[in-house]
Write a protein that binds this ligand. Structure first.
Ligand code: FES
Ligand code: FES
Length: 157
């Protein structure tokens, strides 16, 4: 029988307490319990980065992270970025640099990029490439994605 226990954490700036199965993945918790459906599933195995969210500002693959491992932590998804209907700098960067085509990888790419910019406001191209090395894009290619992160950095430094 699956055990449930109370999970207390902060999601997108709001404190929550939910009864959550001990084996529930963070990905499923975010989409099914929180209702934050912006996070996408690609490989379901920790290999593509589509499901990336931030846990205490560090990128994590939500498809291989247990929700209960985030107890007491701060989880941010793509829904946390826009404020009052206004895109955040990294979202604007992807929009203006045409950093998305089908968009499936985009929430994960943006959250991995946001994590980079939170720890390094002015990254070099090599640092951007390294930060996005675990995120796969099948259709845009990476030149415009790197340009998107550069634009966001220029806006915030
Ligand atoms: S869906 Fe999580 S890494 Fe691919
Ligand atoms: S925009 Fe299509 S997979 Fe990246």
């Amino acid at each position: 029988m699956t055990m449930k226990s109370i999970l207390a954490l902060t999601v997108n700036g709001r404190g929550r307490e939910d009864a959550v199965a001990d084996n529930m993945l963070l990905y499923d918790y975010l989409r099914e319990t929180v209702g934050a459906t912006g996070t996408k599933m690609g490989c379901d195995g920790g290999e593509c980065g589509a499901c990336t969210v931030l846990v205490d500002d560090s990128p994590r693959f939500s498809c291989i992270t247990l929700a209960q491992d985030c107890a007491g932590r701060r989880v941010d998804t793509i829904e946390s970025l826009a404020q009052d209907g206004r895109l955040s700098p990294i979202q604007r960067g992807f929009h203006e640099a045409l950093g998305a085509q089908c968009g499936y990888c985009t929430p994960g790419m943006i959250m991995a990029s946001e994590g980079l910019l939170r720890r390094n406001a002015d990254p070099s191209d090599d640092e951007i490439r390294a930060a996005l090395a675990s995120n796969i894009c099948r259709c845009t290619g990476y030149v415009k994605i790197i340009e998107a992160v550069r634009r966001a950095a220029a806006e915030t430094v």
